[in-house]
Design a protein around this ligand. Structure first.
Ligand SMILES: O=c1ccn([C@H]2C[C@H](O)[C@@H](COP(=O)(O)OP(=O)(O)OP(=O)(O)O)O2)c(=O)[nH]1
Ligand SMILES: [Mg+2]
Length: 151
């Protein structure tokens, strides 16, 4: 098990909990909405979490959807996964969308709406070249291998 990383958090809404992992070993720490929100079919909303964080340099926090909300209500995140940069000190917000074609969904203050995955990342230097090295895949993509069973 990796050791836990300390991340400073300010609770803008002290009545709501800090992000928390539901089980040991979970990658995502659940985020809560500070407001009641109702999303009609196809509707989206920027939902506040009441949290600001300071990530160490070299880390990013990704805002992922919760599969339970997706499976039960068709609710996901427009910009999934959202990117919280290490230098960002504002409130973390979640751009929820209701993909259900007919049903509205209501989320109440305190409900868990998304999960935050903390990752290390590589910062790249983009080095311009004239020609890229060859690869087996080449430029094939967008379904180039088909959809059927492969032997
Ligand atoms: O789901 C998200 C995505 C982003 N952010 C915050 C943290 C992030 O550091 C900042 C900017 O996000 P991003 O870079 O994705 O947005 P942008 O459209 O490129 O805005 P900017 O020009 O401010 O970078 O907004 C969130 O709170 N939730
Ligand atoms: Mg940006």
């Amino acid at each position: 098990m990796p050791t836990d990383l300390d991340i400073s958090v300010v609770r803008l809404d002290p009545d709501l909990p800090l992000p928390s992992y539901a089980h040991p070993g979970d990658a995502g720490a659940d985020l809560h909405t500070t407001v009641d929100v109702t999303l009609g079919p196809g509707e989206r909303a920027m939902v506040p979490t009441g949290l600001s964080i300071a990530l160490p340099d070299g880390y990013v926090a990704l805002v992922h959807p919760r599969s339970g909300l997706a499976a039960r209500h068709g609710v996901s995140i427009v910009n999934s996964p959202g990117t919280v940069d290490a230098g960002y000190r504002g409130e973390i917000k979640v751009m929820l969308i209701n993909h259900d074609p007919v049903e509205s969904v209501t989320l109440a203050r305190g409900d868990r709406i998304a999960q935050l995955v903390i990752q290390r990342f590589e910062r790249a230097r983009f080095v311009e070249v004239g020609v890229l090295p060859e690869s087996v895949r080449g430029a094939g993509g967008y379904g180039s291998t088909g959809t059927g069973a492969r032997s």
